[in-house]
Design a protein around this ligand. Structure first.
Ligand SMILES: [Zn+2]
Length: 644
């Protein structure tokens, strides 16, 4: 067979590597990490207060990291979508995605800085570059005015003290995993207008994200015959595979340009497929190529972490491999290229020649068989009526140019943008000591986490509804802001999963019963520090000044002592161990209990529903119990005598 018939693609692009890189960087700043400051001197604060302050600080750091990461990711999505729609081709989304990411990082950096800081930073770039930069950003006049008023700092913040709700303990307690809203102050008119324009888009995105996935991919540049071939082939695959790709493009030059018959790309938020027009005309080979590429997109979509698809673990990437007479020679098997190709080739065989796959490699056959079995969700969704609707609606949407791309983009961006907004509110609330904003941020963060996953998105809608209701209830005086904040804390720790629940348990154990004189914690960026580079590729920011009840405190006074750190490690470690153990037990136990209960009520389907719900309820309930128990144990085991 000539080399044109090779099915090939490049699933690992620069984009993916960049993302992995970004992940690793995020990890370097650990929330809750002890400060490298050991004080032997007597502190004026109790251990609980020191921990309280330390957690507020790490919450602010964590929120800053999340804000940057989600801002950059949103920029990537928008850029990649524009690149996909306007530039097109194979590199369009990569170029657009990179440009979008960089643009978002610059925006993020500029917007997080005070005007004077921006001017300082700009001095670091050559003066000519500086001029053009300032000109381009049209901030030249504003940045260079020396006497201009600074950001709301300590003084201005202190003026707001009187209005703040009293119990900081409550609002800071969960800040390590937390987040805050309200009309943002100090916004430029442009960003206010942008905000107003974005609101309905954001709302639409969230609603779309909460809809179940059932749309067939948009098929572009295809003749009627090609469309029929593609749709008919998709009809033979499970719906979860069909919806794993959003765009299928028939490309007349793919084989000429790149020597590929098909190409599936992982853009994280989308998995578009291209087919070569000529190759698609080869009877017998074409269907297999379609299944192969959809195998890739299914692989990409089978994971929570973008880079690691289903094929990243055993048995993929290990011999024996299938022999494909269309493209292989006995000594050169395409499936042996890498684990992605192994998976896609095996997927093709599973649907075209299952007996052969079973004969060559039973483990691979079983792995795909398990994947293809309909889960509860599929049992509900994968019906011929829903499939037909998905096909028809997709065809109607395709009649409006750019609509499908807009739908995919706004729904993909809804989660990151909500997290971004929540993180911003948390940062602001911790600077101002504003309990209402902290509450809003936590709720936004919780719903953003939910919207970031297609499966959990409906929970995001529920969280938004609770958020709206609580804000109203507080306004009408039905419940206190503290009570609302407590609910936000619980919602957030629930949304953050076992990690959130464990952190909540640990903080609860350490701070829950202690009284404090701290009414308000503010973390304000120090003013006169050395200028920082314009764009810092580091996630760390200088240590903020800590203002307690309106007064700046000495860093030595609030630094965690060695014993404090041991204590935190013990309680936190206990909570983490307990939380993980509880999750495992709860998952298994909940599934079993749910299956039995459901089976009693409604037979096999009921057992399926019960097991599904039981897993969730079980793992959440027990991870919470486990974390609490672990934290308590850790506290009991702590022998360090120092209490103050
Ligand atoms: Zn492939």
């Amino acid at each position: 067979m000539d080399s044109l018939n090779r099915i090939h693609e490049a699933p690992v692009g620069h984009v993916e590597r960049a993302a992995v890189h970004r992940k690793a960087k995020v990890k370097t700043e650990e929330p809750g990490a002890a400060r490298p400051h050991d004080s032997v001197e007597k502190s004026n604060f109790t251990r609980e207060d020191r921990i309280r302050i330390a957690f507020a600080r790490s919450a602010k750091g964590g929120a800053a990291v999340m804000k940057k990461a989600t801002g950059t990711y949103s920029g990537f999505i928008i850029g990649a979508a524009i690149g996909f729609g306007l530039i097109g081709g194979i590199y369009g989304p990569v170029i657009g995605g990179l440009a979008g990411s960089i643009g978002a990082m610059v925006l993020e950096e500029v917007s997080s800085k005070k005007k004077a800081e921006v001017a300082d930073s700009l001095k670091h770039i050559g003066s000519s570059v500086k001029k053009s930069f300032q000109h381009a950003l049209s901030i030249d006049k504003k940045v260079s005015k020396p006497g201009q008023k600074d950001q709301p700092g300590a003084v201005q913040g202190a003026r707001e003290v009187s209005q703040a709700p009293q119990d900081v303990k409550e609002s800071v307690r969960m800040s390590a995993v937390s987040a805050a809203s309200g009309p943002e102050q100090g916004q430029s008119p442009t960003s206010r207008v942008l905000g107003i324009l974005m609101k309905p888009v954001h709302a639409a995105g969230k609603a779309l994200q909460a809809l179940p996935k059932f749309l067939y991919p948009s098929i572009r540049n295809a003749t009627a015959a090609e469309r029929e071939l593609i749709e008919k082939t998709l009809d033979q695959l499970p719906l979860k595979s069909v919806v794993s790709t959003e765009f299928i493009t028939v490309n007349p030059n793919l084989a000429n340009d790149m020597n590929y018959a098909g190409l599936a790309r992982n853009l994280f938020f989308m998995h578009p497929i291209d087919f070569d027009k000529g190759e698609l005309a080869i009877e017998g080979f074409n269907k297999g190529t379609i299944i192969h590429e959809v195998g890739h997109t299914r692989d990409f979509s089978e994971s929570l972490v973008p880079y690691f698809g289903a094929s990243s673990k055993a048995p993929w990437g290990k011999a024996p491999y299938v022999y494909d007479s269309w493209i292989d020679t006995p000594t050169d098997l395409y499936a042996s290229t890498n684990h992605w190709e192994d998976f896609a080739q095996s997927y093709k065989f599973y649907h075209e020649n299952p007996a052969e796959l079973q004969k060559v490699n039973p483990a691979k056959y079983e792995a795909i068989k398990k994947m293809e079995e309909p889960g509860l969700y599929d049992k509900v969704m994968d019906k011929s009526g829903i499939r037909e609707a998905g096909k028809k609606i997709s065809q109607v949407i395709d009649k409006v140019p750019g609509l499908r791309l807009a739908i995919e983009t706004v729904s993909a961006i809804s989660g990151p943008l909500t997290i971004h907004r929540g993180s911003g509110k948390i940062i602001k609330s911790l600077e101002k000591g504003d309990a209402k904003e902290l509450f809003d941020g936590k709720m936004d963060l919780a719903s953003g986490i939910a919207y970031s996953s297609k499966v959990a998105a409906p929970a995001g809608m529920a969280i938004d509804a609770v958020h709206w209701y609580l804000n109203r209830a507080v306004k009408k005086g039905k419940i206190s802001q503290e009570k609302a904040d407590d609910i936000a804390t619980r919602t957030l720790s629930f949304a953050a999963g076992p990690v959130g629940l464990s952190t909540h348990a640990a903080l609860d154990e350490m701070l829950g019963t202690e009284d404090t004189d701290i009414k308000k914690i503010q973390l304000v960026e120090p003013k006169d520090k050395a200028p920082v580079p314009f764009i810092k590729f580091t996630w760390k920011r200088p240590q903020a000044d800590v203002i307690i009840n309106g007064k700046k405190v000495d860093a030595k006074d609030i630094a965690l002592t060695k014993d404090d750190k041991i204590y935190i490690a013990k309680v936190g470690g206990g909570a983490a161990v307990g939380g993980v153990a509880g999750t495992v037990l709860g998952y298994a136990g909940g599934a079993a209990a749910g299956a039995v209960l459901g089976g009693l009520i409604a037979g096999p389907i009921g057992a399926g529903v019960g097991a599904f719900l039981g897993k969730f309820i079980g793992s959440f309930a027990l991870s919470s119990v486990g974390a609490k128990t672990g934290a308590r144990l850790g506290k009991m085991l702590d022998k360090s005598p120092e209490k103050a």
